[in-house]
Design a protein around this ligand. Sequence first.
Ligand SMILES: [Zn+2]
Length: 244
Amino acid sequence: MGKKSWNWIVAAALAVALAGCSAGPAAPATPAEEDASGFVSLAQAAPDVILEIRYYSTYNFVGDRIDGYEQPCALMTRQAAAALEEASQDAQARGYRLKVYDAYRPSTAVDHFVRWAEDVEDTRMKAYFYPELDKSVLFDQGYIAERSGHSRGSTVDLTLFDMATGKEADMGGTFDYFGERSHPDYTQDLTPEQLENRNTLREIMVENGFQPLDTEWWHFTLADEPYPDTYFAFPVSEDSVPAA
Ligand SMILES: [Zn+2]
């Protein structure tokens, strides 16, 4: 028997094995990338949260509206949104509101970031978001990646809005700044107040089931996220999720 025939037999056996896997009654229910049925809008699920959706606007590190952001709204998995509502209540008890910059991020948006990062000539927003870095290092240093945990729907980028001053709490750094001062444990030239504000945000989120990230003070993921292996692609729009 020739090599080609063997290849065909192996391929056919594999196809049968794979078909068996997906058709079996014990197969886990893996949601399709376009299936938003487990998601809700934060406007419904956590109505006191302030939204400033940067990737819908042009004030972000790319300088354009990002692919997949059709409305300035925030979507999350039902479980993450419920935990965020609890965090929102805690924040209010301490005199703050939560202010969300981004939540669920479609994989189409991440593809847009990757395209932008490959175009090293486009440095329109450098002065605001990466003044210390050459754009060519963004992949190697982990600032831009092919996939984002945000696409799994249980991750949120946010800060505290101080109800007493009517301003964002001073975190000693800004959302999406590519540099070491975005690390939550960066202390070099932060004031005690800035450190305390970072700690307060972290405390509120961790107490309500979220895990922090060691490179971005604003980024938190629900520890017990419901879709740890699925990267969704449906657009950010109230029309994507089931009506409340
Ligand atoms: Zn994030």
